[in-house]
Ligand binder design. Structure first.
Ligand code: SF4
Length: 285
């Protein structure tokens, strides 16, 4: 085993919950199941994320220079790229921070601006971040975004500034940002439950992307709650993507079409909190 492999394996084991033989006691573990069979690539999730999280519009000139700020992107793939539209058969995959259990971005931050919360989130402390971007380099999903500009000066001229969400900040030049699973909604729901001396109920709140999705492709909830919908989806669909030799499997289980849950780059032992339910492809006889 290479030293890199050793590091990846041990870091992953360290981060696992006590239930899985690791060291962490998770109060909640927020997670998602995204059904790619239901996703129609409309980008409503991405748009809702912009509105909820005060995301700056980067604009075409800066985008062309490689500056991005979309916490959630909808990736498009062609099933048969050699054919002409519309016969190519498009597939869509909403991609955002996977809130990894063993996040590779966390141990490389020199100032601990990115860290793991007791409810399994990969959190970002904006006013601690010094913009080293090591986290960005170490994220295999490319879902962390650096503020190259003080976007707020041009993104929300009056009266657009009136639409900013007061439940969270706008970020300034020089810091990293990324999807938080709408942490402001999580905190509000937890505070309300605490005031009422009860636990957060499944379905009591959800993320902006899941709320906006017209086809209900995104399911959000607590993976520590055995009765939550997301836990049940994980239990029903999860399939090992690694074969007996530890090599990644890329093919859907043709014998059992219900087993179509996979996590992106699972073979890196990042322990993502997002499970995708693979699209069921019809084959013509
Ligand atoms: S809103 Fe739903 S259907 Fe539209 S792109 Fe996002 S996940 Fe897919």
């Amino acid at each position: 085993m290479s030293s890199l492999q050793n590091l990846i394996n041990n870091w992953s084991q360290y981060r696992k919950g006590i239930e899985e033989g690791g060291f962490h006691h998770y109060e909640h573990r927020w997670g998602m199941a995204i059904d790619l069979n239901a996703c129609i690539g409309c980008n409503a999730c991405s748009t809702a994320c912009y509105a909820e999280n005060n995301l700056a519009v980067v604009g075409p000139e800066r985008f062309a220079k490689g500056h991005f700020m979309h916490w959630m992107r909808v990736e498009r793939y062609w099933d048969q790229p050699e054919k002409e539209f519309p016969e190519q058969g498009a597939s869509f995959l909403p991609m955002m921070c996977q809130q990894c259990g063993a996040a590779p971005c966390e141990p490389v931050c020199p100032v601990v601006a990115t860290y793991h919360t007791p409810d399994g989130l990969n959190a970002q402390v904006y006013n601690r971040c010094i913009g080293s971007r090591y986290c960005n380099n170490n994220c295999p999903y490319r879902v962390r975004y650096f503020n190259f500009w003080s976007y707020y000066e041009s993104s929300w001229p009056e009266p657009l500034n009136m639409q900013l969400n007061p439940d969270l900040t706008v970020r300034d030049k020089g810091v990293m940002e990324k999807c938080t699973f709408c942490v402001q909604r999580i905190r509000t729901a937890k505070d309300k439950a605490k005031m009422e001396n009860r636990k957060v109920k499944d379905g009591e709140f959800t993320t902006a992307c899941a709320q906006a999705c017209p086809t209900n492709a995104i399911h959000f909830g607590d993976l520590m709650d055995p009765e939550s919908q997301v836990t049940k989806l994980w239990a029903t669909h999860q399939v090992s993507r690694v074969d007996e030799q530890g090599r990644p499997r890329h093919e859907q289980d043709k014998q059992n079409p219900e087993l179509r849950g996979y996590r992106v780059l699972e073979e890196l032992n990042t322990d993502p909190s997002v499970m995708y339910l693979e699209r069921v492809r019809e084959t013509l006889a």
